[in-house]
Write a protein that binds this ligand. Structure first.
Ligand SMILES: [Zn+2]
Ligand SMILES: [Zn+2]
Length: 339
């Protein structure tokens, strides 16, 4: 069971009280949702996974805000929910927390379909993943196992309306919306004065998982690195509160470290291809970089490496060399070499 930190309170320099509430989103993963008071109506940023234990943790956190911090608030007073991005560990609790009273739901337009058309969103994502894995060179049995594993934790939520589709630069009651695509197409960070809610875009320990934008537009390492630059260019961020792991004191230093980690991974990938005695498929590259992974780690590895291959190929650093096969076949395997 993941460890949950106690509810804690932060004050932004524009007068917003921000409460950090830990919740167990899955058996082995915890997240943090945030309650914002003093930024218009009481606003919850993210909703956990929707699993019963997770809902209970969030409700207990709201109770703690009332009893330990003296805020006259209960779950029925939450009038606005801002979903940082459409991953299940952030959006899954939305139906539960919209149940009480009239609640506005705010999300970036590019992730809205997770909420407004959940069945369709998953079906399309699955179909695109299958095409991606065909081009990667996965055999049908292993391909289907990877798809099943990838979607094991992703269930369609109850379809709902999104009240407000957020855009980059929107200002709402002291919150500034920053569209930071990459980890998710509609990922947003929220700047509240000198405090940044960084969601899954910037985490304290983990380099956030990437997916290629050939599966879903606005995923992809290029967008992700541009989104790091966007946050880097915002002066005066003195505290960063991510949706997982610890708080970040110096977001600019953390961005530097994450970017350096990506550059090292790109170098490793190029070195792997240079060492090979023939062009390699994405499956072969992934097997060389991550030889021992299985289960969900294998599914995450091939999409993460796929994002790197895509990034390098888009920028002319890799070349697809088996052009005859590509032109003759329906679902050809792409074989890459360093330019
Ligand atoms: Zn995420
Ligand atoms: Zn997450």
């Amino acid at each position: 069971m993941p460890h949950l930190p106690p509810v804690s309170r932060f004050l932004s320099n524009n007068g917003v009280r921000i409460y950090r509430i830990g919740c167990r989103v899955f058996e082995t993963l915890s997240a943090r949702v945030y309650l914002l008071l003093g930024a218009g109506p009481a606003t919850l940023v993210d909703t956990g996974s929707g699993l019963e234990a997770c809902n209970r943790d969030i409700l207990a956190g709201l109770e703690a805000v009332r009893h330990e911090f003296g805020e006259p608030i209960s779950v029925a007073d939450v009038r606005r929910i801002l979903v940082s991005h459409g991953h299940i560990d952030h959006v899954g609790g939305l139906p539960r927390f919209c149940r009480e009273g009239r609640v506005e739901v705010l999300m970036h337009a590019l992730d809205c379909s997770v909420v407004t058309a959940p069945e369709e969103h998953l079906a399309v994502a699955k179909a695109r993943l299958r095409v991606f894995l065909n081009h990667a060179g996965e055999e049908p049995a292993h391909r289907e196992a990877l798809i099943t594993t990838s979607f094991a934790l992703r269930r369609p939520i109850e379809a709902m309306a999104v009240t407000t589709r957020l855009n980059d630069g929107d200002e709402l009651d002291g919150m500034r919306i920053l569209h930071t695509p990459g980890h998710s197409p509609g990922q947003v960070c929220v700047a509240v004065g000198n405090v940044l809610l960084s969601a899954d875009h910037i985490l304290a320990r983990t380099v956030p998982q990437q997916w290629p934008e050939s599966i879903t537009p606005y995923h992809g390492l290029g967008h992700y690195l541009d989104s790091l630059d966007k946050i880097q260019g915002i002066p005066g961020l003195e505290l960063t509160l991510p949706a997982h792991e610890q708080i970040i004191q110096d977001v600019y230093a953390r961005i530097h470290t994450i970017r350096a980690a990506h550059l090292r991974r790109l170098d490793r990938l190029l070195a792997t291809l240079r060492r090979a005695d023939r062009p390699l498929s994405l499956s072969e590259i992934t097997a060389q970089l991550y030889p021992d992974v299985t289960g969900i780690r294998a599914a995450l590895a091939i999409t993460d490496v796929g994002a790197r291959v895509e990034y390098l190929h888009q920028r002319g650093r890799l070349q697809v060399v088996n052009l005859d096969e590509i032109q003759a076949q329906d679902q050809p395997v792409y074989r890459y070499a360093v330019v």
